[in-house]
Design a binder for this molecule. Structure first.
Ligand SMILES: [Zn+2]
Ligand SMILES: [Zn+2]
Length: 385
């Protein structure tokens, strides 16, 4: 269980009945406040940011929010816990647009500095890349390592991102003085105002490259295919994502590289079905086994385990195998396996079998008189008439 987890509404600082817009607004405000790129090396900010993403992932999703309101953390089973390990798990990102988030606060920086207005060539975080992997039910339960191949922009090895041929340097654009943008006066008389536009002399880069790097043609980046190994944590569920920080596109002008988000699809299993950390399955038993009890061998994700089914087990009985479910991400124990007894009615009986069953029926007849729950009902019914 996850008792020590903080309340999602409390994390976002909103009331229980907050509207979607209020939740989004609160999230964006706090995400900017705690973003790890603004607090390099600050573990507290990093943890808060993860906590925030988890809370928002649930509260921004109608269905998950409803389940959370009703059942608390257990209802949404947030497998991506804060402090889950080396990689930052964002869980189900929903419709959070990281690109938008980064764009808005880097833009904010540009506007705040200097008198030339918004800088067009300030640091920019690289592109967020998305890919997916499909894994088996067991791989999701126990974790696995997978390879993914992405095509991304990488910083050019030859010029280290400057775009200049080795031994040469770029010249700061004399028109925009390196800002990449120019001021344009519009209007006239008392209504004159100025706006900014990209500098046409340098193409908005703020620099003039006289001898472009031959490897990248002066762009400073190269498109390249890269195969990466991804550690998928034990307990991950279908539809969740793993984030590899800094494995997305190269940043621009000294900005950090983007992230790579890997959506995980879990293939359904032939006999097991999963809800959070619980595993469900149907166990067929014969009519004789249900009646007389039996020593069963039940399949689990760990292999077969013995279970003594008591005599007189009714169809649809559910028994629980503790700790045989899915491990919780982050190592907080394991769920249970729930087994539903499915009694098989025998078909295609031989003559001898039918006779034995008839004899059994006759023998049951006398006992049935005593035990029939409907007997009293019919008796009363008769009396009324
Ligand atoms: Zn280059
Ligand atoms: Zn320029």
């Amino acid at each position: 269980m996850a008792e020590q987890k903080r309340d999602y509404y409390e994390i976002l600082g909103v009331a229980k009945g907050a509207s979607d817009a209020e939740i989004k607004k609160a999230y964006r405000k706090l995400a900017k406040e705690f973003h790890p790129d603004l607090h390099p090396g600050d573990k507290v900010a990093e943890t808060k940011f993860k906590e925030l993403n988890e809370a928002y992932g649930v509260l921004s999703d109608k269905e998950k929010r409803a389940r959370y309101d009703q059942f608390g953390h257990a209802g949404v089973d947030p497998n991506f816990s804060p402090g889950g390990g080396g990689f930052g798990g964002f869980g189900d990102m929903g419709d959070i647009d990281l690109g938008d988030l980064f764009g808005s606060f880097f833009g904010g920086f540009g506007g705040g500095f200097g008198s030339g207005g918004r800088s067009r060539n300030g640091p920019q975080k690289g592109e967020t890349l998305r890919t997916s992997v499909t894994i088996s039910f067991e791989e999701a339960a126990f974790g696995c390592e997978k390879e993914v191949t992405v095509t991304r922009t990488e910083t050019c090895d030859t010029c280290h991102g400057t775009g200049c041929a080795p031994g040469t340097t770029a010249e700061i654009c004399s028109v925009c003085r390196g800002t990449g943008s120019v001021r344009i006066q519009r209007g006239g008389g008392g209504f004159s105002f100025s706006t900014t536009a990209p500098c046409s002399h340098c193409g908005g880069t703020g620099k003039i490259i006289h001898q472009p790097c031959k490897s990248c043609g002066g762009k400073g980046t190269i498109r390249r295919q890269k195969t990466l190994s991804v550690n998928i944590p034990a307990g991950i569920d279908n539809g969740q994502a793993v984030s590899l920080r800094g494995q997305g596109g190269a940043g621009k002008n000294g900005g950090p590289a983007g992230d790579l988000l890997i959506a995980v699809t879990v293939r359904p299993h032939a006999i097991f079905h999963r809800e959070g950390t619980s595993v469900y399955m149907d166990q067929p038993v014969s009519f004789v086994q249900a009646t007389m009890g039996a020593e069963l061998e039940i399949p689990t994700i760990d292999g077969k385990v013995k279970y003594t089914m008591p005599e007189g087990t009714q169809p649809g009985t559910i028994f629980r195998l503790r700790g045989k479910g899915i491990p919780a991400v982050g190592g907080r124990g394991r769920g249970d396996q729930f087994v539903t007894v499915k009694v098989q009615v025998p078909t295609n009986l031989t003559r001898a079998q039918k006779e034995a069953l008839s004899a059994f029926g006759v023998a049951m007849g006398e006992a049935q008189e005593e035990n029939d729950p409907l007997k009293g009902f019919f008796d009363k019914h008769k009396k009324k008439k």
